[in-house]
Ligand binder design. Sequence first.
Ligand code: PEP
Ligand code: MN
Length: 335
Amino acid sequence: MLIVMDKDATAEQIAAVVAKIETLGYAAQPIPGGERVAIGILRNPRSVDPALFLDMPGVVQAIPVSRPYKLVSREMKREDTILHLPGLEVGRGRFVVMAGPCGVESETQALTIARAVKAAGAQIFRGGAYKPRTSPYSYQGLGKPGLKILKKVREETGLLIVTEAVDAESLKLVAECADIIQIGARNMQNFTLLRRAGQSGKPVLLKRGMYATLEEWLMAAEYIMAEGNPQVILCERGVRGIGEHSRYLLDLSMVPVVRRESHLPIVVDPSHAAGRRDLVSPLARAAVAAGCDGLLIEVHHEPEKALSDGAQSLYPHQFSVLMQDIKTLRPGNWP
Ligand code: PEP
Ligand code: MN
């Protein structure tokens, strides 16, 4: 249930509604809108009687929320969410590009790639210090020294940093150093980790699990938001398909569907979906045309030597061409 307040409702009237919700044993979540405040009722096991609120001063409407995800849903919040990062806004009307290698391998590697993607127009540097790999024998990332390198990248280039946390311990360290915490596809339903990401108060990039339905994905985002953290960016990265022609199947239908269901920004990662370099730019252009809020692209200056995901990493010159294409497809409103 969503209690919509009059645009002239006083702070006391809003507080009275919150108090009533809490007296009933539920949680109240005020959601400031452009025009008026709405208050979401959460943690109610059964539907709530709208009559309990309709005669309270300042209340104009009580709207039942039909979706299982509440805070994430557009029913609860009609306006698109815009994330405010240092010097950069993410969300509708702005387009963000996160680019960099799969893994941070050395200071020289990270800085070389960071300078190249910055020159091409990316605003955020990506690179994993903690890598969740299918094989325990594959490159697992540099860990803490990798985070130190990411800090240096930010200092030297001014790019913001997104990097993955794989467990509670790495999340704590990543939250101290990154501008955005990435939760990877394999951890999309690691509910303890999602809660901790919510508690960190940092923006979170939540990738879609490779088997996740729309509802499962949005419920994962709900875990983060239910901890009081509204700063979530959704990232479509492909689901298991058939055949060997691409590593995963990029599900671009998610872009308009998520936009209808949720107010959160949605970005697309064609690199992990494709698994091969030649598909990345066509898929990226298609994602832009589908209306996403940004892209996440793997780039490496020496992909043949990359310790992970070299086969899907664009060369810097290919990335520059792609950036030009994106700007042609989506002119204006670049941060
Ligand atoms: C990554 O971004 O490097 C990554 C491992 O992605 P995903 O979780 O989508 O596989
Ligand atoms: Mn990767």
